[in-house]
Design a protein around this ligand. Structure first.
Ligand SMILES: Cc1cc2nc3c(=O)[nH]c(=O)nc-3n(C[C@H](O)[C@H](O)[C@H](O)COP(=O)(O)O)c2cc1C
Length: 271
């Protein structure tokens, strides 16, 4: 009772957390060199370890790569992954300096063993299991992993470092390369690779949908739900400006693209 009577919202702590969350940025240019203390990297990994997961399965192994030679090897794998992506997924915006990852001071590879999805709800009625639960088991696995990677990134930001989130480790060729390099068996897939480094410059802002459109109070605000047309438009006109540019530059480009259909190259966020 006493506890509840004293409860109050800690608005200051809440605001500093929101500030931290909004200042986390995917940064793709690091100042190379200066090592990150091992204790700092372990703290960052610890934040990942505390993430929630379906059935508390903790389906991840958090591999911290900080030996400079090993960092170079992992960076080389990710640079090849970027080359393959740029060759095969034409049209997907990419950064010109695709080898920026070589400036990472450390990398955290989050390996996931999907067999842990077996620990999520299974209906004993097999028909119902297929329609209701089976697919959701992989959703539970993936969102759990997302929570862990997000924690790693937030902790990195809190330490004054910057990071990015590379999903290419989930591609089979890259997964095999990383498994071989880091000694993980084929059961373990590196769904997230987080290069960490010293920010080369202050992290820019990034476009977000306005809060009044994203947040639905008590029921769906139907007018704010995005349609297939919005997805098509994003793909055709906005995506290439929205991933790497700061928010203001993005808005200017999108406005220009809407008025004259201009197509510009994707940059790497360097001012
Ligand atoms: C699941 C996931 C996969 C991502 N994969 C990549 C990636 O492979 N390469 C990359 O440069 N950024 C990747 N990103 C980063 C996004 O592009 C970035 O979060 C988004 O553009 C918003 O920018 P911000 O993180 O700076 O706010 C990924 C992010 C998520 C959540």
């Amino acid at each position: 009772m006493k506890f509840f009577s004293q409860a109050k919202i800690d608005t200051k702590e809440l605001q500093s957390f929101v500030d931290l969350a909004s200042s986390r940025r995917s940064v793709r240019s690091f100042d190379s060199g200066q090592q990150i203390p091992k204790e700092t990297l372990e703290k960052i990994a610890d934040a990942g370890r505390w993430a929630p997961s379906g059935a508390n399965s903790q389906p991840w192994e958090i591999c911290v790569v900080e030996d400079p030679e090993r960092v170079r090897e992992v960076a080389a794998v990710m640079a090849s992954q970027a080359d393959r992506l740029n060759d095969h997924c034409k049209g997907f915006p990419h950064v010109h300096k695709k080898h920026w990852v070589h400036d990472s001071v450390a990398l955290i590879a989050v390996f996931v063993d999907p067999r842990w999805a077996e620990t999520y709800p299974v209906a004993l009625d097999s028909d119902l299991d297929r329609t209701e639960y089976m697919e959701n088991r992989s959703n539970i696995l993936l969102v759990s992993v997302g929570a862990a990677i997000q924690n790693l990134q937030l902790a990195t930001t809190a330490a004054g470092l910057t990071s990015a989130w590379l999903s290419g480790g989930g591609e089979p060729q890259t997964a095999r390369d990383l498994q071989g390099l880091l000694g993980f068996p084929p059961t373990h897939i590196p769904y997230g690779i987080v290069p960490i480094g010293w920010p080369r410059r202050k992290a820019e802002s990034r476009w977000r949908r306005p809060i009044s459109e994203v947040v639905h109070w008590n029921k769906a605000a139907g007018a704010n739900l995005r349609s297939q047309q919005d997805i098509d438009h994003y793909l055709a006109k906005e995506r290439r400006h929205s991933i790497y540019k700061d928010a203001q530059a993005r808005d200017e480009h999108v406005e220009k693209a809407a008025s004259d259909g201009e197509i510009d190259v994707v940059d790497d966020g360097t001012p």
